[in-house]
Design a protein around this ligand. Sequence first.
Ligand SMILES: [Ca+2]
Length: 187
Amino acid sequence: MYRLLFLFLLSAVVAFKNELETHSSNEIRSSLIVNQLLLAEQTEILKQLLSNSQRRQGSDCPYPYTKVLDQCFYLSKLKRPYGKARQYCKEMMGDMATRKHLYALAAFAVDKNVYHHVFMGIRDEMKNGEFSWIDGTPVSSSDWAPGEPNRRGVEMCASMHPSYQPPLFDIPCHSHLFFICQYNQSQ
Ligand SMILES: [Ca+2]
């Protein structure tokens, strides 16, 4: 009798232990799954933060400027004569665009679907046919479009036309054109 009772109790204990182990095992498995999901979610959040950070680093120009190589530029959506365009750029903490990124700016204009003349920071200040960039650098003869400049002393400003290579044209300063401003990073 006692022996039967002992066997019964023993089997009950074994069954309870198995049940406990199964239960614990299920809990551990559930916990692992939850942890894996949390880890995947945290990894995704970190990826997004990293991506946002990289995007910010790639476009660290003040609005409404856009980074082209290592400078910030603004392609106007309004047409102005040269004098007003330059004033507009200066009021935006910049000035008209200069030579350094001429071809990158041509690519930038094409990227904005601009296939027409835009004023650049070029003047014939002395009205003698000698064109200079606003930083004082003479315009290189290799940057003029074929046949340009063709009206020296009459067309005393210059534009870039991104469809041409080289892309510069002399053009009257009173023409109403779109223009490109360059942010003055020293301000
Ligand atoms: Ca011309």
